[in-house]
Design a protein around this ligand. Structure first.
Ligand code: BES
Ligand code: ZN
Ligand code: ZN
Length: 520
């Protein structure tokens, strides 16, 4: 070949027919191989056109006697962070090579962003490169580790995910592999972290008529089947929930024709079977219509993801099992629909939670805190070392932080440190929120009962009053509530996630559990 064709990620891409026919004539469409390689930005003091290829890209360039760097200089301005360019016909094994911009080398942890910029840049760049190749119908992609194989794998696996099960026309299925043998262990870890988050995305995105409480429990059971030696699963039916006197949970489920399920997962990964477990509790409303306090119909479809807490908690346990983390984890997911009907709870009704506290249900749309109240009470029987509950709990959380970070309400500085550390590594951030008595006073003031479920001044500080409500059901010294309503879905703000339900913060939960596993 004497001529090499270039495609950029921009809309004005050069994509000629001759380029396409070149690829097709040399290899069969379905087994075309692609390669993603990284390039760092030049340092400020360096002159225009200075190239900083990654180790793998430099090796590839060398094998082609400098052809890649020559073309990179010829083909346009230096690649900015997250931008990519495709070269065709450079190498007989790789008809398409995507070069991606990684930003500054060694950017590291950023104190104001609260994440590791290098890792985020790698996720973003690799994801963009993989997607470009997917659009070209490349079915197998080798990926440069870019100096951090785990982040590269996460970018590839997360970037390529698309929920198209229910469409006739599907995107090209792409398999990925580490290019070279740099850090296979890191790559495989990244694949598991990414696949964990993708499992949560799948459950959240799926329509509510497909993922009912029963179907949710069955899916998780199937995912955990390969780990049967370390995992026990209980799918508790309605009769068990009644025996447990979970009156708050039942008050939500009773408006629906779908039976509730209380899913209980035990992952025994620690060599010490008596090690107190980490307890994860996830809100599992498979559809939140609001109940009698019916939500407006615009965007109500998004409430199919109101089981995001249960999805991320269960997906993180599946991932912990795949990673064989040496830690014990118990997962609890109260699963049901919140629907209006002749049998549904009415505003003003009073119900009794498992711990005997009475609750005036002033608004049936504040249902998440009701199902979590009973799950939290029950969870104490396991004498956990820490309790973390995760819930798409309040629209107010989205108003407060948007999709930048999940809110963490915790009574434990130690637990906060652990969660925060994990989130800096994963880039799926958390931010601490208050648990003042100020808010507790607003939920313990009820005309008919011990508590009311919306707070006295329902609109103000809604995420904080919801957290104060949950606290009434916790006795443990290390408890954290993650309100994930703001991070539930992605438009385009996290560049390595396509538009849709996000599966956040699964990777942060896994990294947090891994941290506990390794610190004893
Ligand atoms: N599931 C919703 C919260 C939600 C809203 C999650 C938007 C994700 C995106 C929750 O059950 C709810 O409806 N909360 C009410 C509480 C209010 C009635 C006190 C809310 O936030 O409006
Ligand atoms: Zn609701
Ligand atoms: Zn809800």
């Amino acid at each position: 070949m004497t001529m090499f064709l270039v495609r950029t990620a921009a809309r004005t891409a050069v994509r000629t027919n001759s380029c396409r026919s070149f690829c097709v004539s040399h290899t069969h469409l379905s087994d075309r191989k692609g390669l993603v390689l990284g390039v760092f930005e030049k340092k400020e003091e360096e002159e225009e056109g200075t190239l900083h290829l990654t180790e793998a890209a430099a090796g590839f360039d060398k094998s082609l006697s400098g052809k890649l760097s020559e073309l990179l200089k010829l083909s346009g301005p230096a690649l900015k962070n997250g931008k990519s360019r495709v070269f065709y016909g450079l190498h007989k094994d790789f008809p398409c090579v995507a070069v991606v911009g990684l930003g500054k080398n060694n950017a590291g942890v950023c104190g104001t962003e609260n994440w590791d910029t290098s890792k985020e840049n790698i996720r973003q760049a690799v994801s963009a490169g993989c997607r470009l190749l997917q659009d070209l119908e490349v079915s197998h992609v080798e990926v440069d580790s870019c100096g951090d194989a785990q982040s590269a794998a996460e970018g590839a696996v997360l970037g390529l995910f698309q929920y198209d099960q229910l469409k006739s026309k599907k995107k090209t299925k792409v398999t990925t592999q580490l290019h070279g043998s740099a850090d296979v262990v890191g790559w495989e870890k990244g694949v598991m972290y990414g696949e964990g988050q993708n499992l949560a995305r799948l459950l959240m995105e799926a329509p509510a008529n497909h993922i009912t409480p029963t179907a949710f429990a069955k899916t998780i059971e199937e995912k955990l089947a390969p780990h049967a030696d370390r995992v026990t699963i209980h799918k508790r039916p309605q009769a068990w929930i009644e025996e447990q006197q979970m009156g708050a949970f039942l008050s939500v489920s009773k408006g629906s024709e779908e039976p509730p399920v209380f899913l209980e997962l035990h992952y025994n990964g620690s060599p010490d079977s008596k090690q107190p477990p980490l307890l994860l509790v996830g809100k599992g409303i498979t559809f939140d219509s609001g109940g009698i306090s019916l939500k407006p119909s615009a965007s109500m479809d998004a409430m199919r993801a109101d089981m995001g807490g249960a999805a991320t908690v269960c997906a993180s346990i599946v991932t912990a099992a795949s990673l064989k983390l040496p830690v014990n984890i118990i997962g609890l997911a109260p699963l049901c629909e919140n629907m209006p009907s002749g049998k549904a709870t009415k505003p003003g009704d009073v119900v009794r939670a498992k711990n005997g506290k009475t609750i005036q249900v002033d608004n049936t749309d504040a249902e998440g805190r009701l199902i979590l109240a009973d799950a939290l009470c029950y969870g104490h029987v396991f004498n956990p070392r820490a309790i973390v509950n995760v819930a798409t709990l309040t629209g107010a959380m989205d108003v407060a932080l948007g999709s930048a970070a999940a809110g963490v309400f915790t009574n434990s500085d130690w637990l906060w440190e652990q969660l925060h550390r994990a989130s800096v590594v994963t880039g799926d951030r958390v931010w601490r929120m208050p648990l003042f008595q100020h808010y507790t006073k607003q939920v313990t003031d009820s005309q008919l009962a011990d508590l009311n479920n919306i707070g006295k001044y329902s609109r103000s500080g809604g995420a904080c009053t919801a957290a104060a409500f949950l606290r009434e059901f916790v006795k443990a010294p290390h408890w954290a509530h993650l309100d994930i309503a703001g991070v539930m879905s992605n438009k385009d703000e996290i560049p390595y996630l396509r538009k849709g339900m996000s599966g956040r913060p699964t990777r942060t939960l896994v990294e947090f559990a891994a941290g506990l596993a390794h610190n004893g």
